[in-house]
Design a protein around this ligand. Structure first.
Ligand SMILES: *[C@@H]1O[C@H](CO)[C@@H](O)[C@H](O)[C@H]1NC(C)=O
Ligand SMILES: *[C@@H]1O[C@H](CO)[C@@H](O)[C@H](O)[C@H]1NC(C)=O
Ligand SMILES: *[C@@H]1O[C@H](CO)[C@@H](O)[C@H](O)[C@H]1NC(C)=O
Ligand SMILES: *[C@@H]1O[C@H](CO)[C@@H](O)[C@H](O)[C@H]1NC(C)=O
Ligand SMILES: *[C@@H]1O[C@H](CO)[C@@H](O)[C@H](O)[C@H]1NC(C)=O
Ligand SMILES: *[C@@H]1O[C@H](CO)[C@@H](O)[C@H](O)[C@H]1NC(C)=O
Ligand SMILES: *[C@@H]1O[C@H](CO)[C@@H](O)[C@H](O)[C@H]1NC(C)=O
Ligand SMILES: *[C@@H]1O[C@H](CO)[C@@H](O)[C@H](O)[C@H]1NC(C)=O
Ligand SMILES: *[C@@H]1O[C@H](CO)[C@@H](O)[C@H](O)[C@H]1NC(C)=O
Length: 663
């Protein structure tokens, strides 16, 4: 929401208020700030890739399963009463995909038969190009029909005939594109493949890897949802912590995210039992994460498995060498030369001859948590040091990051940095404003996960999470982030987590973006708006600020951007009266102009952006402020607001100008 505002001469009276803060930003004396300050974290706590950011529309497309989540025909509906059965054939499509779906043709009623898929709680159907494919085994003469239709009324929105290439005893891939003639009114739709049983020689056909993609972000094959990627892009993020947190660890020593099984043709990706209660396909693999980085200009922070699984089990010192090599291979796959390295050649063979650059590697995820204290002791004693030794030798230019920080009772061997995670209530974030001031120059840290999750006074980890990110929570986070930015030379970057929540299946209610099959439901949270403001004004160098009062209720950081403009970021927490700010950047004088953007929330501090109501409770007010006679910018900020002032440049003293108003 944007409002038009006029700043009047009344602003001049502000300085007399008892809630006034006079700030002077020095012209020099600060520190360089991390260029990665605001980033993204992908966590499968919602549906992550599958049914999440990964654009695949077909649910259970290849009947993947595990001991925990056995293969099934979930998501598949017979068309025209035909019998569908799950088969483990002697001739599977691939070793990775041993199960397939058999469709009986003999004895079926007249007319076409086949199957439909209900998607991830529906499918969005628009007049756009869908790209699909499926594998069939069995002799069939005729055509398949691929179609999109309503699951409520049966109305067909579009269909295409796919001439059969299918023969007995072999798996044959069929590719097609489908452009519906009409958009569906809602997302209660299915995708179907049907065929004429009269053309089937041997009573049945087998199907596997049935896939359908709508247009993807930047039209990447096997790509990501445009609506979600656009919501990320608007934040102007600078890094991606991948592939996730708990998902990296896995539930047991055998079921975790093995990067080598997530690459190459989809038919060679087995998937795994996810830690969030479902099987994942590995459709979104390591390469897809790197393409995500490419498409949004993100620096990858690649987390490697370090022997800890969520059951608390961890690899013995004697066996760790294998997994250190596995992690080194992963970095070679990403960065190695295609002609001279083994894994670089594998990368080239999957379509990426050019090496990527990897500057940050994180060793594990939250090693202080699962299996503590024994697993954490093992991390301190041998797991972390062994990884650091091996990586320092092989990749001396990579900044290594421990999965715990100095705040987690660890002395991190140099040259590694730390990673600090915080899921707390707003008051705790505000109280933590000064915590990063304690970091010495050698104690760099990533803030790899944070979010306000409980209201103040909230208790219990799962006890009373808020239903969505809420406005007061976003202000608490903002104060915490300002504390991080003040120490931008010691903070590698910050990222809110988790980022994605499918409203039909999720573990955790407080996430950055909420979504469902229908892209119109994609909802930016209150925290998203705060982060968009901070992330689009990048401080490249902090500057010292002198104040006539301490921090609180106004919290702030000041600095300069790469192009030399002055930036002031602030948040107001716990005041009954507006804060009257007088802000002078040294070297700026009367008549200098700046753009002030202020975000305020709803009357109710617990207000949030609900995907069902579509109401954005965050109000953005943008105005131009002009420096007064003493060169100071004057403005007032209300309770629970965040603001950024960015100067239009160093302006010479000039005659008084009318205050401008900007929409
Ligand atoms: C810059 O870093 C030094 C030393 O780490 C610190 O004392 C000082 O407060 C920092 N300055 C700013 C403006 O953050
Ligand atoms: C679609 O229809 C099938 C049966 O006709 C039903 O089992 C299923 O629940 C429906 N799915 C949705 C999303 O409405
Ligand atoms: C189907 O499309 C994929 C992806 O473009 C391609 O690799 C494959 O060769 C195609 N298959 C056939 C049978 O054309
Ligand atoms: C259509 O699907 C949505 C999302 O799954 C669901 O909430 C809604 O109840 C469905 N509508 C009907 C009429 O079934
Ligand atoms: C820990 O993992 C090892 C290796 O997979 C396995 O042999 C052992 O049984 C596991 N221990 C527990 C307690 O699960
Ligand atoms: C991936 O690597 C692991 C560990 O080396 C190995 O056990 C597994 O077989 C590999 N998977 C594939 C598909 O090569
Ligand atoms: C901190 O770590 C040390 C060494 O790992 C351990 O002995 C000590 O108990 C830990 N302290 C706390 C408060 O957890
Ligand atoms: C905010 O105000 C409340 C009520 O006075 C107080 O309990 C709380 O500690 C304050 N929080 C901070 C971070 O100052
Ligand atoms: C990091 O911080 C800890 C605790 O404050 C301190 O003991 C240690 O010397 C610091 N390390 C470096 C390299 O500055």
């Amino acid at each position: 929401m944007r409002l038009l505002t006029t700043f009047t001469a009344a602003a001049l009276a502000l300085a007399s208020s008892c809630n006034a803060v006079n700030l002077v930003v020095k012209a020099s004396g600060g520190n360089s700030s991390s260029p990665l300050m605001y980033g993204l974290m992908h966590e499968d706590i919602s549906n992550g890739g599958d049914g999440g950011i990964y654009a695949e529309l077909i649910y259970n497309r290849a009947f993947q399963g595990s001991e925990e989540f056995p293969s099934s025909l979930n998501g598949w509906i017979p068309v025209n009463g035909v019998a569908l059965s799950l088969e483990k054939l002697a001739t599977p499509l691939s070793k990775a995909l041993p199960y397939s779906m058999n469709v009986a043709a003999a004895g079926s009623s007249p007319g076409k038969v086949g199957f439909a898929n209900t998607g991830y709680w529906g499918m969005d159907v628009k007049v756009q190009t869908y790209t699909g494919s499926f594998y069939v085994k069995g002799s069939y003469e005729g055509s398949f029909t691929a179609s999109l239709q309503s699951n409520l009324t049966g109305e067909t929105f579009g269909s295409v005939d796919v001439v059969s290439q299918s023969v007995a005893g072999e798996w044959t891939q069929h590719n097609f594109t489908l452009v519906p003639e009409k958009a569906a009114p809602n997302s209660n739709n299915t995708f179907a493949v049907t065929f004429d049983p009269a053309g089937v020689k041997d009573a049945s056909l087998d199907f596997n890897l049935i896939s359908l993609f709508p247009p993807t972000y930047k039209n990447r094959p096997n790509g990501l949802r445009p609506d979600i990627m656009e919501a990320f892009a608007e934040l102007n993020p600078k890094f991606l912590r991948l592939p996730g947190g708990n998902m990296l660890e896995g539930n047991t020593q055998t079921t975790w995210w093995k990067w080598n099984e997530t690459i190459g043709p989809l038919k060679d990706r087995p998937g795994m039992p996810n830690v969030w209660g479902y099987q994942i396909t590995y459709g979104m693999g390591l390469v897809e994460y790197m393409e995500w980085c490419e498409d949004l200009g993100l620096e990858p922070i690649v987390a490697v498995w370090d022997g800890l699984s969520l059951d608390g089990n961890f690899t013995t010192q004697a066996e760790l060498g294998e997994w250190i090599q596995f992690a080194l291979d992963e970095i070679e796959f990403l960065t190695g030369d295609a002609a001279t390295t083994k894994w670089g050649a594998v990368r080239a063979s999957v379509g990426h001859p050019q090496p990527w650059s990897v500057k940050y590697v994180e060793i594990g995820n939250e090693d202080w948590l699962a299996g503590a204290p024994a697993a954490y002791e093992a991390y301190k004693q041998y797991r972390l040091p062994m990884f650091i030794d091996a990586f320092t030798q092989r990749y001396p230019d990579i900044q290594l990051i421990s999965s715990s920080s100095v705040f987690d009772n660890i002395t991190i061997p140099e040259p590694a940095a730390g990673d600090y995670h915080s899921y707390v209530e707003p008051d705790t974030f505000v109280a933590a404003f000064g915590m990063f001031d304690q970091l010495t120059a050698g104690n760099k840290t990533l803030i790899g996960e944070y979010a306000a999750v409980h209201p103040n006074g909230g208790i219990g980890w799962n006890g009373d999470l808020m239903p969505f990110p809420w406005w007061e929570g976003a202000i608490g986070e903002a104060v915490f982030l300002l504390g991080a930015e003040r120490n931008g030379d010691r903070i590698i970057g910050t990222t809110y987590a988790p980022s994605l929540r499918n409203m039909n299946r999720w573990q955790w209610s407080v996430t950055l973006l909420q979504f469902a099959a229908d892209p119109a439901l994609t909802t930016r949270s209150t925290s998203w708006y705060m982060l968009r403001l901070f992330g689009n004004h990048i401080i490249s160098k902090t500057l010292p600020v002198t104040s006539d009062t301490g921090f609180g209720p106004l919290y702030y950081v000041a600095g300069t951007s790469a192009k030399g403009t002055g930036i002031f970021k602030a948040a107001v927490y716990n005041t009954t009266e507006d804060v009257q700010v007088s802000l002078k950047f040294k070297g700026y004088s009367k008549g200098a102009t700046a753009t002030l953007t202020v975000l305020t929330g709803p009357e109710n501090p617990y207000g949030y952006n609900d995907p069902l109501s579509h109401v954005n409770v965050v109000t953005e007010t943008t105005s131009t402020v002009t420096a007064g006679a003493d060169g100071s910018f004057r403005f007032s900020l209300p309770q629970l607001s965040v603001a950024v002032l960015e100067t239009d440049g160093a302006v010479k003293c000039r005659k008084k100008r009318r205050v401008e108003v900007e929409a």
